[in-house]
Design a protein. Structure first.
Length: 209
């Protein structure tokens, strides 16, 4: 999760052995979006439920691509990034949290010439996500921030803190209707309009820059 501290963090050895060669194998946002759209067009998914999730997520991604705008505060924070950063993001087309958060993260990276974005499909890179589990689970999206020397500065994910709190409470109540809960979460995203996400990244950039 995005942290609440504003102190700069010392670079550390990553929990996964990143290399420039590996980062060179990552997907661009355009390539990722095309793959997800092709999955929907060709009906490729683990099951019918996953395919339906992916269809909905394509719509969410396209909507956020058109409507999301960086706040002035977010733009200012990005302008203050003075060192090259690699943002490694593990994601999947069927993941609702990825559909809600990734377009905003992409626009942040596009705004700053210092940030290079590297997208990886989680299910194709399990050793990578296994180095960055959330409460023991392979939750995504997961962002790992590396400096120019590929030292780890920090992580974000899989979702803004208020949503993560709701998810953790949901996990304690197995009798709660899952579909109703998922709808509740997506309503939160629609109402919040990525304001919480941006505030978390403003805080994180103070640590990472």
């Amino acid at each position: 999760m995005g942290g609440c501290l504003s102190e700069k963090l010392m670079p550390t050895t990553p929990q996964f052995p990143f290399s420039l060669a590996l980062l060179g194998q990552s997907l661009s946002y355009e390539q990722y979006s095309q793959q997800v759209e092709q999955q929907v067009a060709q009906g490729i998914a683990a099951n019918a439920e996953m395919l339906e999730y992916t269809k909905l997520n394509v719509q969410r991604i396209q909507r956020w691509n058109k409507t999301f705008q960086l706040s002035p505060e977010m733009q200012q924070a990005l302008q203050q990034v003075k060192q090259p950063l690699h943002w490694v993001v593990l994601t999947e087309g069927w993941c609702g949290d990825a559909a809600q958060n990734l377009p905003a993260i992409v626009k942040m990276a596009e705004f700053s010439p210092q940030i290079q974005l590297h997208l990886f499909l989680r299910d194709n890179h399990l050793p990578m996500i296994d180095a960055y589990l959330t409460n023991g689970g392979r939750s995504i999206p997961k962002l790992i921030c590396l400096n120019e020397d590929l030292q780890e500065l920090g992580t974000w994910g899989p979702r803004p803190a208020p949503v993560q709190t709701q998810v953790m409470e949901f996990m304690k109540q197995p009798n709660v209707d899952k579909m109703a809960f998922v709808e509740q979460i997506h309503k939160w995203y629609a109402t919040d309009k990525q304001q919480t996400l941006q505030q978390e990244f403003i805080t994180l950039l103070k640590q990472w820059s």
